[in-house]
Design a protein. Structure first.
Length: 148
């Protein structure tokens, strides 16, 4: 295993309400070539509290990468993305939308809000694992992430 270019652990925040998708993503990252720690929250309100280190998330690590589902309870992923990208303290954190929505309006709106990548989750298990591995390889091995 190698560490990030700064030699430290890569912190990932996954915002996902589907336990099966969380489990599959953890499994794909388990054999990662890059040392990483993945925190998971299940709704949009918790995501923003985590990012702002509020309430029970007061000691939350600042993520290097956010994996964001669009279809979330409490506060939808589109609203979460908008708040992240309009916050001067959070806007540099790369956000990868990982969602079931193939709606072109969602794709366009996400890019209009400066998402870093938009990926539609495949229904096939093997394809899902390949997508997560591709995210891992690109975002955690190739890309230089912004400093915290």
């Amino acid at each position: 295993m190698k560490a990030s270019t700064s030699g430290s652990l890569i912190e990932i925040l996954m915002v996902e309400d589907n336990p099966a998708d969380v489990r599959l993503t953890r499994e794909a990252f388990k054999d990662a070539k890059v040392l990483n720690k993945m925190s998971v929250v299940g709704d949009g309100e918790a995501a923003l509290a985590f990012l702002r280190r509020q309430g029970r998330y007061a000691d939350a690590p600042r993520p290097d990468l956010i994996l964001l589902d669009l279809n979330l309870p409490k506060k939808d992923g589109r609203e979460v993305l908008e708040e992240i990208k309009s916050d001067p303290d959070l806007k540099r954190i790369p956000v990868v939308v990982l969602t079931t929505s193939e709606d072109q309006r969602d794709v366009l709106k996400a890019y209009d809000m400066h998402v870093n990548a938009y990926i539609t989750k495949p229904v096939n298990l093997d394809q899902f694992m390949k997508i997560v591995e591709a995210v891992e390889n690109f975002w955690l091995s190739v890309v230089k992430l912004p400093p915290k």
